[in-house]
Design a protein around this ligand. Structure first.
Ligand SMILES: *Cc1c(COP(=O)(O)O)cnc(C)c1O
Length: 423
């Protein structure tokens, strides 16, 4: 493939300081046997090649040591989750001890709401977006019902203004002020999965606290995509999954952040299990839960080691490269995609905010009645993208393994359909 866009892409790839990272990943092949241009890392991130050896190590320890691997394995299983204490904290801008990897995302959201949604008196409502991811919607609703309250009356759903695609920070803040002392919890997405909007997390968290509410963030599309500062933005809790931008495999072990002011508070009601208990007394096998300090105190089960190993392999890459370097490339890659789309499909409407500070890598593009033809053209050209009814295509160029040439490939496939439409 050739043309000015490809020439420019090749020059940008040649100058990319992170270009070598791509070699660490398994890139699926298309029908022509060539690597696809993979733009769905926001749905399932690609496999780091190092995952195989990481899982193999745990299989080896299991097969050769049996139960003794809990203490004498290469990565002792007894304290396995502590491998993520530092790397997990750096990933999301937390202090060591504020992050724990456990369960799945929705499960973690439930555990967090069990602790941080405490309706009392007039303060019973949870503020969410109207376009909330369905699993989060079900989880929030079920907690309200679980406390014997009416879900409809106690969910405040935020909608963009008429004719707009994304929420304005000032409108979110106004809605919080208006809800005032009826508001128990604000629970929003860090980065919105459909529009790609990155919310002003510090401003919204502050507004929530001013109203006397707890504030939690679902960072499913934010973790590993944008630099987060969960501690400094003062969030009460956050949850995320690890199979999207974090490349840790289908159904990977999720993440959970609990601010240190709560982590040290043993009186917070929680759904407890033995792995959240102080390890000094865990094996005394006696009643009387003594939570360990920090996010670790919300663990229930002994961790699934075979599922934790890919996460360890993947976070090693994130930790070595660092979110600042990833963000730097991400800004360039997404800006290149944005410009290419404007060039090849000038009538397409990019739903994602144009301000780079209000988005991560993903662009959601509304193509109107050409959407299906474009989806087919992308497929034919080995470009893996995600189509959402009725007319939106989401493209997520991720800085670890996508190239500028991938972007040129997507743009040239879109150009073919646009040219045919105007011919
Ligand atoms: C991907 C995603 C989920 C998926 O939930 P799981 O519990 O991991 O299956 C939930 N919420 C949001 C916002 C997501 O983006």
């Amino acid at each position: 493939m050739s043309g000015p866009l490809f020439d420019e892409a090749k020059a940008l790839d040649a100058a990319d300081p992170l270009a070598a990272e791509r070699k660490l990943f398994a890139i699926p092949a298309g029908s022509d046997g060539q690597p696809v241009a993979y733009f769905t890392g926001n749905s399932l991130g690609l496999m780091p090649n190092s995952v195989r050896a990481a899982v193999e190590q745990e299989l080896h320890d299991w097969s050769t040591l049996g139960v003794d691997a809990h203490l004498s394995g290469a990565n002792p299983w007894f304290s396995y989750h502590e491998r993520f204490r530092e790397t997990g904290a750096r990933l999301v801008g937390a202090k060591p001890g504020e992050v724990v990897m456990m369960n799945g995302l929705t499960a973690n959201l439930h555990f967090m709401m069990a602790s941080f949604y405490q309706p009392s008196g007039t303060r019973t409502k949870i503020m969410v977006e109207d376009a909330l991811f369905p699993s989060d919607d079900y989880a929030v609703e079920s907690h309200i019902v679980h406390r014997g309250l009416d879900a409809n009356a106690n969910m405040i759903r935020l909608r963009p203004r008429e004719g707009e695609d994304t929420l304005r920070t000032e409108d979110v803040v106004d809605a919080i002020e208006e809800a005032g002392d009826t508001l128990a919890l604000v629970m929003l997405a860090g980065v919105q999965y459909r529009t790609g909007q990155w919310f002003d997390m510090p401003a919204i968290t502050e507004a929530g606290h001013r109203a006397g509410a707890m504030v939690g963030w679902d960072c499913a599309h934010a973790a590993g995509n944008v630099p987060l500062h969960l501690h400094d933005c003062d969030a009460d809790f956050a949850v995320w999954c690890s199979y999207k931008y974090l490349n840790s495999g289908p159904g990977a072990i999720a993440g959970c952040f609990v601010h240190e002011r709560h982590g040290a508070n043993a009186d917070i009601p929680r759904l407890a299990g033995w792995w959240g208990n102080d390890p000094q007394t865990r094996f005394k096998m006696e009643p009387g839960f003594v939570p360990r300090v920090g996010a670790d105190g919300w663990q229930l089960c002994n961790p699934p080691i075979l599922a934790m190993a890919p996460l360890a392999a993947s976070l090693e890459i994130f930790d070595r490269v660092g979110m600042p370097a990833l963000r730097e490339k991400s800004l360039k890659l997404t800006a290149f995609l944005e410009r290419a789309i404007h060039e090849v499909a000038p009538t397409a409407r990019i739903v994602t905010p144009t301000d780079p500070q209000q988005r991560g890598c993903q662009l959601s593009i509304s193509f109107g009645d050409r959407a299906r033809a474009i989806r087919d053209a992308l497929q034919q050209h080995g470009v893996v993208a995600d189509f959402r009814e009725p007319d939106v295509i989401r493209l997520a160029p991720v800085p670890l393994y996508n190239t500028f040439e991938d972007v040129a490939r997507a743009a040239s496939a879109i150009a073919l359909v646009s040219a045919a439409a105007s011919a």
